[in-house]
Design a protein around this ligand. Structure first.
Ligand code: CA
Ligand code: CA
Length: 213
């Protein structure tokens, strides 16, 4: 009896562990990202969002069991809730975002890429009037410098979450994103596209998710 129970336990463990696969990811985001898989963070951009001109790609691997959700939190740099950067200098501007990613399995086969199959929710949008970028003293929440924040939905990074109400990711041209440092270090599959919210400039913080079956 003891033996058979132990054998069953061993078989169960084997079956459980056998389902976990190793995946390798390449992610490039202007400017910062964190990647959660089924509610657990597996990667955070190694360059803090507070770093000026933080352009870099991250290549890393993680283990997961299908189905799993890839949940990217992404931020375009902003100095404050005006959404602007270089405030008070001649370079004062809205700044822009953009992201590209690809995922391969252990055999090197492509599993998924950034494309319009992802759902994205903009959770920080500013400025609400682009004339804010030309204000001599832009103040968040005043005049043209309004901003909009959305609460991050509970459990959005888990498979059970219903994102059917979320808009599809917006695909942007490479020339509009103009990817910088780090982007060229990765050999991108031609299927990988630049995704973001509808507006590269005023969509500052965005949640994007997709389920890998
Ligand atoms: Ca940026
Ligand atoms: Ca921006």
């Amino acid at each position: 009896m003891k033996t058979s129970l132990a054998a069953i336990c061993a078989l169960t463990m084997l079956a459980t562990t056998a389902q976990a696969e190793t995946f390798s990811a390449d992610v490039w985001v202007d400017n910062w990202f964190a990647l959660n898989v089924n509610g657990e963070q597996v990667m955070e951009d190694s360059v803090p969002i507070t770093t000026e001109r933080s352009f870099n790609a991250e290549s890393f691997s993680f283990e997961a069991e299908r189905p799993f959700v890839l949940a990217l939190t992404m931020k375009d740099f902003k100095e404050n809730d005006t959404g602007l950067e270089y405030i008070g200098t001649r370079r004062q501007q809205m700044g822009d975002g953009g992201a590209i990613m690809q995922l391969h399995d252990a055999a090197g086969d492509l599993v998924t890429v950034s494309d319009s199959d992802w759902q994205c929710l903009v959770v920080h949008k500013a400025p609400l009037d682009t004339a804010c970028a030309d204000e001599t003293n832009p103040v968040a929440g005043e005049g043209t410098c309004g901003f909009e924040t959305t609460e991050i939905p509970e459990g959005w990074d888990t498979v059970d979450f219903d994102a059917s109400e979320w808009p599809d990711a917006t695909i942007h041209d490479a020339k509009d994103v103009s990817p910088k440092e780090g982007y060229d270090d990765v050999e991108w599959d031609e299927a990988a596209q630049f995704m973001w919210g509808p507006d590269l400039k005023t969509d500052n913080t965005i949640l994007c998710r997709t389920v890998v079956e």
